[in-house]
Design a protein around this ligand. Sequence first.
Ligand SMILES: [Zn+2]
Ligand SMILES: [Zn+2]
Length: 179
Amino acid sequence: MEIVNILVAPIGAVDLDALGAISRALRETYHCETVAGESLTVPHEAYSARREQYHSTKLLAMLEARKPDTCDLLLGVIDEDLYVPELNFVFGEADPVAGVAVIGLPRLRQEYYGLDPDRELFLLRAAKEAIHETGHTCGLGHCSDHRCIMHFSNSLRDTDVKGPRFCARCRTKLAAGPS
Ligand SMILES: [Zn+2]
Ligand SMILES: [Zn+2]
């Protein structure tokens, strides 16, 4: 599909620099417009007190309900740790049918792992995760090329190894649209 515009909406309080870096990366990668959305309320029903994480699929449902007809895709950005029941955590999740995606920021910071803060690295990681989840909303699956942005990030190391760009195969698929 051809994306004309992506609404980038913070869910709760989100670092403005991260939102800026994400929007810029999406414009450059997808040659589209981005619209800065108003902050959405963090939905408490998506929170698991036992896991102390937010269920990303429930966040996608909330985003779908809030998605305006005027945007092609809605990317929600939350500064909370995300999970799906089968995994310990996820960096993000996407629903290609609804055209919505969400990414969580905490695990993209060096501080999360007890390391010294690295602002540039954090912003780059946020941009990469946004490009990756948006790729899913465009119908791309995971790619076996570990340097391709569509490679699955099992850990932050995978995110750091892959570049912010598509491999040739994914680029071709993206241009061709969903099969
Ligand atoms: Zn993925
Ligand atoms: Zn690829």
